[in-house]
Design a protein around this ligand. Structure first.
Ligand SMILES: *Cc1c(COP(=O)(O)O)cnc(C)c1O
Length: 400
């Protein structure tokens, strides 16, 4: 960080900080961030080793605890999120699991939105209760349901907004206020909004988690995750948990994600612009009965979207025809969009949630979440908008 003028840096806009923030330049003066692919570190003397182990001297000890390339990613994520501190993890699920397990204990209770990414649902519904941490799932849109679910031992509120795949919203500010009132921490999975579209910490949330696998990498290359929050929670509670359980972010993946952050604003702006146009195109088509997109005025929670989101986001969902065969005929008719359960890629991806990501649920449970046999989800990529629209147009003309 030699020669950095701190006072000037505080004026930098987000786009600048996403390119410049957190660089730990080595003695070789490399322009691009270096990849420190090392597991261990050496010491000048036993005294230095002792001091580092006691925490009395700055410096790295072991890459399961911390690594310079991972530190650069964490610093840049803090700048992006406006958070005190952050830790990278091996995947988004490692981030979600650690963010909760690091501070909860047997006897505690968690309230969670019921519309969750499949593995998040497993953690809240199956895993936590096995360790004596009970959970209540609520309709995240209903503030009175959050209030009614609170118990004397409630220690965490956990939710995603917008939700997967039908893009329901949770009022972050209102729910975080209820959590604060009962002394629980609010943990928000902010993947679908992206860090540029929604700032949960400013809205009162305590902790934000990401699957960096999605828009932060943005090009489908590697897994990664990150947890952001207050200094004491991150540096003490979470750090101790991660250090001793080991879901560390690979330095190579941290480097890929750092490079992803440099182009995040460009990519997400383009994806959101295309998503808006695609949502409007689909809404005008007779084959489509319903479009779910927080950026459209016909979204049932459009006012909330305007209040807490900077844009409608890069994800959308819709219902095509009225049965599974209609959805499959549409998916089989696509030539440019590819079928994948992944999201947040440069490539535009489509998913049929009922038979893939949400197959584990009963059809009644799916219906409660607004997922039907004709529901299709789209993750908008970076291809030319006209090509994407032409592909949708062609596929909509396909008959089962
Ligand atoms: C993908 C995803 C996760 C899990 O992230 P991985 O990197 O795949 O482990 C968690 N939450 C949401 C909303 C996701 O989209």
């Amino acid at each position: 960080m030699a020669g950095t003028d701190k006072s000037r840096r505080d004026d930098w806009s987000l786009a600048t900080r996403l390119v410049q923030e957190g660089i730990l330049r080595s003695q070789f003066g490399e322009t691009s961030e270096a990849v420190f692919l090392n597991s261990g570190y050496v010491y000048d003397s036993p005294e230095q080793a002792e001091a580092r182990f006691k925490g009395e001297a700055e410096g790295y000890v072991y890459s399961r605890y911390a690594n310079p390339t991972v530190s650069m990613f964490e610093r840049r994520m803090c700048a992006l999120e406006g958070a005190d501190a952050a830790r990278g993890t091996a995947s988004g699920m490692a981030a979600v699991a650690a963010s909760l397990l690091c501070f909860l204990k047997a006897g505690d209770h968690v309230v969670s939105g019921r519309a969750l990414f499949g593995s998040c649902l497993y953690i809240v519904e199956d895993l936590l209760p096995r360790y004596g941490i009970s959970s209540t799932l609520v309709d995240g849109r209903d503030l009175s349901a959050w209030e009614a679910a609170v118990r004397p031992n409630t220690k965490a509120f956990f939710f995603e907004t917008p939700t997967n795949p039908t893009l329901e919203l949770v009022d972050i500010e209102a729910v975080a206020k209820i959590a604060k009132g009962c002394g629980a921490l609010t943990v928000v999975d902010n993947v679908f909004a992206t860090p540029l579209g929604q700032r949960p910490i400013e809205l009162g949330a305590d902790i934000v988690v990401y699957s960096a696998t999605k828009h932060i990498d943005g090009q489908g290359r590697c897994l990664g995750g990150v947890v952001l929050g207050p200094q004491d929670y991150i540096d003490e509670t979470l750090h101790t948990f991660l250090k001793h359980t080991g879901p560390s972010l690979s330095p190579f993946n941290a480097w890929v994600l750092l490079k992803g952050l440099e182009t995040l604003p460009l990519r997400v702006a383009r994806q959101c612009e295309s998503a808006t146009r695609i949502a409007d195109f689909l809404a005008d088509r007779p084959e489509i009965s319903r479009v779910y997109y927080p950026g459209r005025t016909d979204h049932p929670q459009y006012d909330l979207a305007k209040k807490q989101m900077a844009f409608g986001g890069p994800m959308l969902a819709f219902e095509v025809g009225n049965k599974k065969e209609d959805a499959f005929a549409f998916l089989n008719g696509l030539q440019l969009f590819t079928i994948s359960n992944n999201l947040g890629d440069a490539k535009s991806l489509t998913t049929h949630p009922a038979t893939t990501t949400h197959q584990r649920l009963t059809s009644e449970a799916r219906a409660e979440l607004g997922i039907f046999d004709n529901t299709v989800r789209i993750s908008v990529g970076l291809e030319d908008l006209n090509d994407l629209v032409a592909d949708l147009d062609h596929a909509l003309s396909a008959k089962p």
